[in-house]
Design a protein around this ligand. Structure first.
Ligand SMILES: Cc1cc2nc3c(=O)[nH]c(=O)nc-3n(C[C@H](O)[C@H](O)[C@H](O)COP(=O)(O)O)c2cc1C
Length: 350
């Protein structure tokens, strides 16, 4: 049975201090492109009222000629604590975009220096900044000057195994004025494969004064606790573990605050969440939202008899009502199955 050691509890019981901002949770919901829009974040927030949430990454220079903010940058009026994540390699565009992020309500602005996707790195953004540390420093300095909310950086441990540069890089970010750094324990070359090397997160934590957040392979309360123990990090950020499971950040947060494990969400609860997610996306984004919802539905529909057929059917929906009907039907089947099991158990007991 998972135990919260008194040492860990004491270490994490005080608020996370990001510059002058205090956050009452040591678990963060990562930025996920195509996922962490306002609709998804509302679900996460329900279970994790205190955690820092992140928008999807937004291309700073693309804001230059648009008056209206893209949906990706929209935040709810009471969403705090919320960070808007930006990417680019041009400090002046990042500084301008940061001002707009703050006007929209961002409590912090995060700069993406970890994205491994070619489309982004070819333009000098994301993880390619790991190879241009002076430019990365200039970016942080300029954005810090432009706004009065704390600036944070999210990055990886290095470009590849021959260039694990995170220790020098993280110190540079701190010196340039970053108030927190999140380290995904993989190199750019690893993409999302292999294991996250948490030992590097521990080394960064030892070397820095600003908060260090551990990221990579946190799929459960157990792995979150292990990462915090192994690295000594100030917090953990959940990412792929939240796909189709917006309960994870809340579950980890609850355990760190109380030492008690919440029961994991049941298949029925997950499908109820899928329904709300689908309806929310349809309302917020129209037809585009319904197409986007298909991948979410596939992530939710896992781990029960009939899940694979359901995923196939959900992948074809073109209206929210079709999806809702399929999900309602699956929920009814699961409920019936559980009732039959319960009746069987009562009969045996009698
Ligand atoms: C679909 C997807 C989208 C992502 N989008 C972003 C993003 O917009 N910004 C960012 O900093 N990282 C992004 N990431 C990286 C994650 O935030 C995280 O660093 C990574 O998945 C490692 O954590 P994990 O092993 O727990 O998934 C993305 C990852 C995935 C799988």
């Amino acid at each position: 049975m998972l135990q919260l050691s008194s040492q860990l509890k004491a270490r994490l019981s005080i608020p996370l201090k990001i510059g002058n901002l205090e956050v009452n949770s040591r678990v963060l919901q990562s930025p996920l492109s195509g996922v962490t829009d306002l609709v998804f974040r509302r679900l996460v927030r329900r279970y994790a009222p205190d955690s820092m949430l992140y928008t999807e990454m937004v291309h700073a220079s693309q804001l230059q000629h648009v008056k209206k903010l893209p949906k990706m940058m929209e935040v709810d009026p009471n969403e705090s604590p919320i960070s808007i994540q930006l990417f680019d390699c041009r400090s002046q565009f990042l500084a301008e975009a940061a001002k707009r992020a703050v006007a929209e309500g961002a409590d912090t602005v995060d700069i993406n220096m970890g994205c491994p996707v070619n489309k982004i790195t070819r333009k000098g953004g994301g993880s390619s900044l790991l190879r241009q540390p002076e430019l990365a420093e200039e970016i942080v300095r300029e954005v810090v000057k432009a706004v009065d909310v704390p600036i944070s950086v999210k990055t990886r441990i290095g470009w590849d195994d021959d260039e694990i540069t995170i220790l020098d890089f993280a110190k540079r970010m701190q010196d340039a004025g970053a108030k927190m750094i999140t380290v995904h324990g993989r190199t750019r070359a690893q993409g999302y494969t292999g294991n996250a090397r948490w030992e590097w997160i521990g080394k960064v934590k030892e070397a820095l004064e600003i908060p260090v957040i551990g990221n990579g392979d946190i799929f459960s309360v157990e792995s979150a606790v292990r990462c915090l123990e192994v690295t000594g990090a100030d917090g953990v950020m959940c990412s792929r573990g939240t796909l189709g499971y917006p309960f994870l950040v809340g579950e980890v947060d609850y355990f760190l605050k109380t030492g008690e494990l919440l029961a994991p969400a049941t298949p029925i609860e997950r499908l109820e969440s899928a329904k709300e997610h689908l309806q929310g996306l349809a309302e917020y984004k129209g037809q585009r939202g319904i197409y986007q919802a298909r991948k979410h539905m596939a992530w939710y529909a896992k781990g029960f008899v009939g899940a694979s057929e359901l995923r196939g059917e959900l992948n074809l929906v073109t209206t929210a009502q079709q999806g809702v009907d399929l999900l309602d039907n699956a929920i009814a089947q699961l409920t019936k199955g559980y009732e039959e099991i319960e009746e069987g158990q009562v009969a045996i007991a009698q």
